[in-house]
Design a binder for this molecule. Structure first.
Ligand code: GLN
Length: 310
C-alpha cells in the first residue's frame, strides 16, 4: 500500500471504528443546529505537500462556529500585533465553559480568544477599511485559510441571532466592566455571522494545515499570516482550544486543537499536518464525541503527541 493509501485507510478505519460510538447529542440551543444529521461523520487530513485525504462525510457543509475563533485571532494579531490585541484579550485558560463569563477580575478583559467572551472582543477588534467592511475581511480571511471562497448560512445566522441572548449579555457586560471596542450589538452580529460561515471537514483540515505550515496554505501556496502569528495561535489553541477540557486534551492527545458546537474539530501537527473531523453529537463541554475519540486514537496509534515526537 502506498503512503497516501495508508493515510486514507487510517481515516476510513477511524470512521468505521467510531462511527457508532454512542453518547452526546447535537447542540440545539441554536435551533437550526439541532437539525443536523447525528450520524454524519467526516474526517480529513491535509499534509504539508498540499495533499488532502478524506473519509466519510468530509464534503458535507456545516457552520464553522467556534472553529473560526483561532483564525480571527490570527487576523487580529496580523492587523494589530500581539501587544495591542493583548490589551483587550488575555491568553490564560479559563477552566470554564465556552459561554461562561470569563472576565479577568480587575481589568474585565476576557480570559482568552477561544471562549465566547474573548472571541466576541477579537471579532470586534477587526477594523473596517475604506475598501472593505470588517465582516468582509473576516470572511475573506477564513476563505484564504480554507483555499476557497466561503459563504454564510443565513438560516443558522438568523437562528443564532434570534436566540443568542447569552452572547449579547456577555457583550454588554464586557462593555460595562471591561473594554469593548465597538457597539455590543454590532460586535455580536458580526460574531454570529462569523460563526455561521459554511465549511466542510476538508476546508477545516486545510485551515488547520495552514496553521501547521507557518501560515502558508499548503494547497494554494498563499501566505495567509506570518509564521510568528501562526505559532502564537497554536499556543493559545494548545492551552485553551477545548475549553474546560483543554488540559485533559493536551495531556492525552497532545496537539493544539479547536472545537465548535456544530460538531467540527481541528487538530494541528506543527510542520506535519492539519486534521479535521465533523460529527455533530457533543459532550457536556461542547466538544464532538466521535471527533475526539477518532483524534485520540490517531494520536495514540501514530505517536502524534507533540511532547513525544516534537
Ligand atoms: N456561535 C456559538 C456560540 O457563540 C459558538 C460556540 C461554539 O462553537 N462553542 O454559542
Amino acid at each position: 500500500m502506498s503512503a497516501a493509501d495508508a493515510v486514507t485507510d487510517s481515516l476510513n478505519r477511524m470512521r468505521a471504528e467510531f462511527g457508532d460510538l454512542p453518547g452526546g447529542r447535537p447542540a440545539d440551543y441554536i435551533p437550526q443546529l439541532g437539525l443536523a444529521d447525528p450520524d454524519a461523520f467526516g474526517l480529513a487530513l491535509v499534509s504539508m505537500d498540499g495533499h488532502s485525504y478524506s473519509a466519510g462525510e468530509a464534503d458535507v457543509p456545516f457552520t464553522i462556529q467556534s472553529v473560526s475563533k483561532p483564525f480571527i485571532y490570527a487576523l487580529a494579531l496580523s492587523v494589530l500585533g500581539l501587544d495591542e490585541v493583548s490589551r483587550w484579550v488575555g491568553a490564560e485558560p479559563s477552566g470554564d465553559a465556552f459561554n461562561a463569563i470569563s472576565l479577568e477580575p480587575g481589568t474585565g478583559r476576557p480570559a482568552n480568544a477561544m471562549v465566547n467572551a474573548g472571541a466576541i472582543v477579537t471579532t470586534a477588534l477587526i477594523p473596517d477599511t475604506p475598501g472593505e467592511p470588517a465582516f468582509d475581511r473576516i470572511l475573506r480571511c477564513l476563505g484564504r485559510f480554507a483555499g476557497r471562497e466561503l459563504d454564510v448560512d443565513e438560516e443558522v445566522f438568523t437562528s443564532e441571532s434570534m436566540t443568542g441572548d447569552r452572547n449579547r449579555a456577555l457583550a454588554y457586560l464586557i462593555r460595562a466592566t471591561g473594554t469593548m471596542p465597538v457597539d455590543p450589538v454590532l460586535a455580536v452580529d458580526r460574531y454570529f455571522r462569523q460563526c455561521a460561515v459554511r465549511v466542510t471537514a476538508v476546508d477545516l483540515a486545510t485551515m488547520a494545515a495552514t496553521l501547521a505550515y507557518g501560515g502558508l496554505n499548503p494547497v494554494t501556496r498563499d501566505q495567509v499570516v506570518s509564521p510568528e502569528v501562526a505559532a502564537r495561535v497554536l499556543a493559545v489553541m494548545a492551552t485553551c482550544g477545548m475549553y474546560d477540557g483543554s488540559g485533559e486534551w493536551l495531556l492525552r492527545i497532545g496537539l493544539p486543537a479547536k472545537s465548535g458546537v456544530s460538531g467540527g474539530l481541528i487538530a494541528v501537527g506543527p510542520a506535519r499536518f492539519g486534521l479535521a473531523t465533523y460529527s455533530p453529537p457533543l459532550d457536556t463541554a461542547g466538544n464532538s464525541v466521535r471527533g475526539q475519540a477518532a483524534l485520540r486514537a490517531l494520536s495514540e496509534r501514530y505517536g502524534l503527541h507533540l511532547m513525544l515526537n516534537p
